[in-house]
Design a protein around this ligand. Sequence first.
Ligand SMILES: [Zn+2]
Length: 278
Amino acid sequence: MRYYCLLLVLSIFSACQSVPTESENASTGMALANVSDSFQKNATSEERTPPVVAFDSTITDAYLMGQFDPSKDKRFVKVAAKYAKRDGLLLRKETHEAFVEMAEAAAQEGIQFYILSATRNFSRQKGIWEAKWSGTRKVDGQDLSKTIPDPTQRAQKILQWSSMPGSSRHHWGTDLDINAFNNEYFEKGKGLAEYNWLVENAARFGFCQPYSPKGAERPHGYNEEKWHWSYLPLSLPLTQQVKLRLQNKMIKGFKGAESADLINIVDHYVLGINEECK
Ligand SMILES: [Zn+2]
């Protein structure tokens, strides 16, 4: 299912371009998505051509690249203790409301969801990235500063599981990691039941799995992550602004940033997601 903006009605068009303000809630976003969806179903093939996305001044470059402090941003809330694996997890208010609604619906069917990781801003991601870059944090048991001297190859190795600072969907407060950081967990027993529930139901609550299996449909980007889900009513307009505005050369300010352009970090990683999530 694709979510396209309506071009026919100016007011709806402009709503589609903006990150909902605090006064708007998750259901506002969902209503918009449903309108877009029904428009698509009734559209002729010509009308289904990609939408023209306009520059949205309510979304800053700094926001897209996580260069802000979510703990001081009123659009963010703390994840309720009941659903948080650890203290201090933050999400956009609308994402949190939709997750709680989803988790409560799942609980009715005996499925428990909790959040392992939520918003990580640029400086937090820089800490993770540089620890791996410099070898203070091992990757697959290796000190990459010793085993992979070539900067582009080293960055590609880190990118198997971690984003470059400035390029993570976790910057936005729209994306979260659920229950376990490994695909194997979700492939048998309890984890498989949880994943199957998400595949069947997450879209009803606005969630999509951006890192679907790699292959012909998704040739570039991170490996599959069955635990990572994105709240589309907020993340879709952000993805659209990335497509319009973010350039490789803007991804900088950390060790190894010089390889962002060679790797084509924006097209291959930030936009290298499941087609159903864009
Ligand atoms: Zn994640």
